[in-house]
Ligand binder design. Structure first.
Ligand code: 7TS
Length: 406
């Protein structure tokens, strides 16, 4: 992988922040955008902007072709059977909420169980809390191992014949844990449950094949995979989506409307009420082309080596606590002695290094880790070993700055 050439596609990286060359280590929050994505959005607004699926004028059909073309790119990228299974929305949060509102409320009742883990992002916990309250179902958590993984035995012990939904992230945004989704899906199915996968941190970094994983629903966000903000995807198996009711009603999603009743369009449009996120979807299509040209396997391998390098380097810093398993996705969450992570990230920012600090929308996990907050460095295909070196230097400076706490 030619990282120098890749970096040239990301103009934002070529700048100084606080007098230092920028080191961007916050791609788990949102990734940077390459030129082909910026240009695709620009081209759409300059040359083709129009609403979709209505009217017959030329710009309208061009916009529709571009929008639906992006859906086909997503289908291929995650190896879904049909574009009917690809629902565009605003992101992972919206995708999970759709399943929790539509599928869960229609299919769950008292005595049923929803199973998840304590390491989920809030957007894969709260929708299930709400669905449990609305249906009388019980929310259960698969216990975590000390290193922040789950074992298949724990999954087997938690999922029962009463379990109707297993909701789990593919990759943890805090610990970097990569869950064996295919095996967990098998356990869910053996018990008659469906599996809902939060793919926010996996689709940008791993080759995801929804058919091979045999997941029932898979949600992800464009903005973490080089696409614009405001576009996301919910994949669902067609037979499940066919039997689900929409949760947003209005234009675009209807077939016939009468004064007292209406019927819905076929999939996937029945779940896309209102003018859709046209430019975002086109940007996502361009991001998929960009990532596919480089090759998802190449990206994963590159990131695996990079995070190993960074882990080894960071391991040499005394008083640095790193959370999560050894084998991990390309992100490292840590605390430096008792220094608050906001202070760590402020000193790093003064050195031009962007990391995230706080609870990472995973307060139950912070409680489990027995910390109030952590700092997180997350890597992507444009990061280099030099970036990891700068992080180490920045942390050593932070130690110096707060010398009195050591
Ligand atoms: N699930 C996981 C695992 C995530 O990491 C995130 C966002 C979401 C869901 C929600 O995605 P959204 O696009 O709907 O907002 N994670 C982070 C993060 O780690 N830092 O900022 C956002």
């Amino acid at each position: 992988m030619d990282v120098k050439a890749i970096r040239e596609q990301f103009p934002i990286l070529d700048q100084e922040v606080n007098g230092h060359p920028l080191v961007y280590l916050d791609s788990s929050a949102t990734s940077q955008k390459p030129l082909p994505v910026i240009e695709a959005v620009n081209d759409y607004y300059r040359n083709h902007n129009s609403n979709v699926h209505r009217g017959v004028h030329t710009l309208g059909s061009r916009a529709t072709d571009l929008y639906e073309g992006a859906r086909e790119k997503v289908r291929q990228f995650i190896n879904a059977d049909s574009t009917a299974e690809i629902i565009f929305n605003r992101g992972t949060t919206v995708g999970i909420n759709l399943v929790a509102h539509s599928y869960a409320r229609a299919n769950l009742t008292e005595g049923d169980e929803i199973v998840t883990t304590e390491m989920e992002h809030h957007s894969n916990i709260i929708p299930w809390q709400q669905a449990a309250k609305a249906t009388g179902a019980t929310l259960k958590y698969i216990p975590l191992e000390v290193d922040g993984t789950v074992t298949l035995d724990s999954v087997r012990n938690t999922v029962t014949k009463n379990t109707k939904i297993v909701a789990i992230g593919h990759v943890s945004n805090v610990l970097g844990t990569i869950h064996p989704i295919k095996e967990i899906a098998k356990i869910a199915h053996e018990n008659g449950a469906v599996i809902v996968v939060d793919g926010a941190q996996s689709v940008p970094h791993l080759q995801v094949d929804v058919k091979d994983l045999d997941c029932d629903f898979y949600a992800f966000s464009g903005h973490k995979m080089c696409a614009p903000t405001g576009i996301g995807v919910l994949y669902g198996k067609k037979e499940l989506l066919d039997n689900m009711e929409p949760v947003e009603f209005g234009g675009e999603m209807i077939d016939f409307v009468d004064l007292y009743d209406s019927t819905w369009k076929e999939l996937p449009w029945k779940f896309e009420g209102g003018t859709p996120i046209i430019a975002g979807a086109i940007g996502l299509g361009a991001a998929i082309d960009f990532l596919s040209d480089i090759g998802m396997e190449n990206i994963t391998n590159y990131e695996t080596n990079l995070v190993e390098y960074a882990m080894a380097k960071l391991g040499s810093i005394n008083d640095l606590a790193i959370y999560g398993p050894e084998k991990r996705a390309a992100l490292i969450t840590f605390n430096l002695a008792d220094i608050h992570s906001h202070d760590v990230s402020t000193v790093l920012d003064a050195e031009g290094i962007a990391v995230r600090a706080g609870h990472h929308c995973a307060q139950p996990l912070m409680k489990w880790l027995n910390v109030t907050a952590t700092a997180r460095a997350s890597f992507y295909l444009y990061n280099t070993e030099a970036d990891a070196d700068r992080l180490v230097e920045g942390l050593l400076k932070t130690k110096e700055y707060f010398g009195d706490v050591f």
